[in-house]
Design a binder for this molecule. Structure first.
Ligand code: SF4
Length: 336
């Protein structure tokens, strides 16, 4: 049974959070085997709960397959949640019909990981960026004018508006994707690994751009990534996911300086330190094996087969998120 977590201590405005996610769950049907038998259902996201205030960034981190991208896709309704709610500006959007969702779509947009594969290669940049506006009923001339403005905003040359995506580098293509996401003046952008497909030198430029846009436009981000260094730069709060669940969520500074969940500690111990001497002194926590399959999660704490601190209770009792050291942690034995 899915149990609602309690990760609701985000800094919120007086009028409430911009985004409120409650007990969000996504279960995919099991794959069919060669004999035609269907495997066990896969619970990719299992009871995710958090709030996000206007103008803030929540970093969503974890290993590949932990459910962070599936969560992001449910927030923009590219995937229909199996259960749970997504409340945006006070309205539950998780069960709205596509028709009822259309006028709200302009307020929540998404930036994808691989810019080239997320842009239609047969459309000019003008068309790529203005497409969301045409859907909203803008005239072609007004949408084209807005597309040129957006190109300038994200650091592209507006005169290149009639070029095709393949004529741009990876970093420039991601700027096109960002411009497209901003076309309808959203309040919230879900950025799904927006820099992980880019060269390291270009990553910093895109991160700086996203930061500038957040300040200038008052955007809120859910920033999904596996790179904790990048997440540290952009986030106000951070949620760490493991096997479909949030295991630690809280203010960025306290989480990075004093991680409480053994999984968070292990992830952070692998982040390179800028000081070579500190890097040599630092003790790495090496996790055993790969994450278990979400089709057959271990009982109790799903992290127990890899946890260096596991005790007998961890094999039977699932730990819920509980307030710990100013944040929320799902562990029977948080801290050192
Ligand atoms: Fe490790 Fe037990 Fe905490 Fe799970 S509950 S993270 S197994 S100490």
């Amino acid at each position: 049974m899915t149990t609602a977590t309690t990760a609701t201590t985000a800094t919120t405005t007086e009028t409430g959070p911009l985004l409120s996610v409650r007990d969000l769950t996504m279960t995919f049907p099991g794959k069919r085997s060669a004999t035609g038998r269907r495997g066990a259902p896969v619970r990719a996201v299992d009871g995710v709960t958090f709030d996000l205030a206007a103008g803030q960034t929540l970093g969503l981190v974890g290993e590949s397959g932990c459910g962070k991208s599936t969560t992001g896709r449910m927030l923009v309704r590219l995937l229909q949640p199996t259960s749970g709610s997504v409340t945006f500006e006070g309205k539950d959007i998780s069960r709205l019909s596509q028709g009822a969702l259309r006028p709200l779509r302009k307020n929540i947009q998404m930036v994808f990981q691989d810019p080239h594969s997320s842009l239609n290669p047969r459309q000019t940049v003008a068309r790529v960026i203005s497409d969301p506006l045409l859907v909203q009923g803008w005239s072609a001339a007004d949408a084209r004018r807005r597309a040129a403005e957006l190109m300038e905003l994200v650091g592209l040359i507006p005169e290149h508006i009639d070029r095709y995506p393949h004529e741009f580098s990876g970093g420039q293509a991601q700027r096109i994707g960002i411009a497209r996401s901003l076309a309808t003046s959203p309040r919230l952008v879900i950025a799904d690994e927006p820099v992980s497909a880019l060269d390291v030198s270009v990553q910093a430029q895109i991160v700086n751009l996203l930061e500038r846009l957040r300040t200038e436009l008052g955007l809120a981000y859910v920033f999904i990534a596996h790179d904790l260094s990048v997440v540290k730069r952009v986030s106000d709060r951070v949620a760490v996911m493991y096997l479909g669940r949030i295991v630690e969520i809280g203010d960025k500074r306290s989480l990075y300086e004093n991680p409480q969940h053994p999984y968070t500690r292990a992830l952070l111990s692998a982040v390179p330190l800028p000081d070579p001497a500190a890097e040599r002194r630092r003790e790495r926590i090496v996790l055993l094996g790969d994450p278990p399959s979400p089709a057959a999660p271990p009982p109790g704490c799903t992290f127990h087969p890899r946890c260096p601190k596991a005790q007998p209770i961890c094999r039977t009792d699932r730990p819920l998120l509980r307030p710990t050291e100013g944040r929320e942690v799902a562990c029977h034995f948080p801290g050192d």
